[in-house]
Write a protein that binds this ligand. Structure first.
Ligand SMILES: [Zn+2]
Length: 187
């Protein structure tokens, strides 16, 4: 995988090569890792959790992600990518926050809701890639500052990376060192 953004490669010769995207522009996070590929059972589990109301999947999904042996755990707190209030109402719960709480329990790391989502964006899942990439900025602000230096930004899925990149640059501008984690990543 790319040692910076965690993009998966399928060629042994590409091992530890920084990917083209990261070489072109260094991301605002120091490191991002996905626990798995967004397909098969993992994808089903995430969709059931997120849209099917199967809230108890938070624990096994957090356990799955917690097994990652990476530098990302060397942080002061976990920061969930926040959902918009309207979206939480639609879904009945804040899925990333709940996942963060489970992960925090397992790893013994505090959860700090530093970010707030200020712009409502319609679900991106059904949109073609070229439309998803057009996500303009301004979705997040710092709601409350906490005395953490190194934070682990958590989201469910890395699709184009635009959400993690945007949330991460807001945190970086506020002075945090950002590591990032998603459950799964598109390939
Ligand atoms: Zn990369």
């Amino acid at each position: 995988m790319c040692p910076v953004c965690g993009r998966f490669y399928f060629s042994p010769s590409a091992r530890n090569v920084v990917c083209g995207e990261c070489r072109k522009k260094a991301p605002s996070f120091l490191l991002h890792r996905s626990a798995g590929i967004y397909e098969g059972r993992l994808r089903e589990a995430i969709l059931l959790y997120k849209y099917g109301g199967v809230e108890y999947l938070a624990r096994p999904l957090a356990e799955f992600a917690s097994s990652l042996e990476e530098k990302i755990w060397d942080v002061d707190c976990i920061v969930p990518v926040p959902a918009h209030k309207k979206r939480i109402r639609e879904r009945g719960f804040d899925h990333t926050r709940k996942l963060a709480q489970q992960l925090g329990k397992i790893k013994g790391i505090k959860v700090r809701r530093i970010l707030e989502r200020v712009r409502y964006t319609p679900p991106q899942a059904g949109l073609p890639r070229y439309l998803r990439l057009k996500n303009p900025g301004g979705s997040f602000t710092v709601k409350r500052k906490y005395p953490c230096n190194r934070v682990l930004l958590l989201d469910d899925v890395w699709t184009t990376g635009s959400t993690i990149k945007e949330a991460s640059s807001v945190l970086k501008r506020a002075g945090y060192s950002v590591f990032a984690l998603t459950l799964a990543r598109d390939i």
